[in-house]
Structures are given as C-alpha cells and as structure tokens.
Design a protein around this ligand. Sequence first.
Ligand code: DHB
Ligand code: FE
Length: 279
Amino acid sequence: MAHVVGGITTSHIPAIGNAIAKHLEQDPYWKPFFDGFPPVRKWLAEVKPDVAVMIYNDHGLNFFLDKMPTFAVGTAEQLINEDEGWGLPTLAPFSGDPKLAWHIVESLVEDEFDITTCQEMKVDHAYAVPMQLLFQENAAKMKTVPVCINTVQHPLPSPARCYKLGQAIGRAIESYPEDIKVVVVGTGGLSHQLDGERAGFINKSFDLMCMEKLVDDPESLTHMSARQLVREAGSQGAEFLMWLAMGGALTGKVTQLHSNYHIPISNTAAGMMLLKNAA
Ligand code: DHB
Ligand code: FE
C-alpha cells in the first residue's frame, strides 16, 4: 500500500523563482532563506518519495474570479507553467500522476468532498517555485498530484475544512494499492498582505505559534474561522490553509525534522517545515 512518508511546507513567493534563475542563493538578502533547504533536499534524497502531492493556491493562472472552485485536483499527465507577469522564466511542463490523481479524486468524492477535477491544469508560481526549491534539476521529472485550495476569492474554506480535506487526502493515499512513498507539500504563507490598508502586514508571533502547533496539536488551529486567519495573518497569509491541509494528511506519528523562518522575503514572512510521518 502507499504510505505518506512526510510533509513539507514552504512559502512560494515569485521573487524566489527569480532568485533561483539569477543564482542569488548566496546573496546576503537570499542566503537566510535558501539556507533552510539543504536539509530538506538531503532528506528527500534519502527517503526518495515516488510522488509529491502539491497542495497550493492558484493566483489566477488556471482559475480566475469568474470560476473559482474551493478545492480542485489535477489529473493531467503534464502540468503546464505559463508567464503570470512576475518576470519569471516560463518552465518546461511538470509531471502529473493520472493514476494516483484519479484514485484521490474518487476517494475524496466518496468521502463527500465535492471537488473540481481538472483534466488540464496550468500550474503557477505557488506550485512551480516550491518544486524548484525541493527537487531542483529533477523537478520536471518528479511525479506530482496538484491540489488547489481557493485562498483568493471570498468566501474561503475554513481552517477546519482544509484540515479535514488533508485528512481525506491522507486516507486516499493510504488506500492506494501500489507500494509507493508519497510526500505531501503545502505551499504559501506565512503572514503577508500585498495590498490595501494593511499592505506589508506581518505577524511573527502568530506565525511561530502556527508552526509550533502544526507539529504538536494541529487540531487546535482549526477552531479559528477563515476571517480570523485573515485578521491574524493578513489577506494573503490565508495561504496557511495549505499548511493545515498538509498537516491533516499526516496520518501517523509526526516529528519535526527541520524548520526555518525568515522575515522578509519580498512582502512575506517566509517559513518552511519538514515533518516526518511514521506509520
Ligand atoms: C508575494 C507572496 C505571495 O504569496 C504571492 O503569491 C505573490 C507575491 C510577495 O511577497 O511578493
Ligand atoms: Fe501566494
């Protein structure tokens, strides 16, 4: 049977993609951020997951405000990256895993999650930047199942609902009959707000509390509403919903192997975590 070997969370700020393209990893501005990743890559090289379930939010490349699913799963063989206007190089297509994706789709619908199934899917910076950070030159080859959560257009799904979605994804993976190792990645966050009166808003104490609770007591984070999350983390800090979904997918005993937190990258408090999931 398939097994969830661990979970990874990371911010997905477009500027990171530009820093990678320009080889700025050792630049003083970027070093404290990129220094978070070698231990994660080492763990990935040791554990060798077969597939990454990528939980992220689309920012207008695949879905726009006219049609905005709350939850969507991509079943395509190839996942297409396109120019979003951030000045990022357009990347070669990424790899889907149609067989596992359809299994997850069927399992989620059976579990009463009325998701949108995407047989074609464009993947934006929130998918592509973490893929580059984690898998580097192997990113295009790595099999993935993209899962989108709406954090762009209100009403947003609640933290509790996203955690339950993650639990259902965990159950779906663990019921997949093939003997494969799956890592679940949640991208976005931590606190940030890109526009409006609170543009530039960052909430370090809230972020650090969330990172701690995600390991020890993720359920305690599911009692706040989506609005409370926006109040505490900023309008785009609602991307913490993807971290919570990742947390839900860890079905076993969870241990933190590594974490990093650095302010600011662009307008965002950049956070990452590596969690091991023992059966
Ligand atoms: C930034 C952060 C994001 O999460 C995003 O999707 C786009 C931009 C930023 O801080 O620049
Ligand atoms: Fe974002």
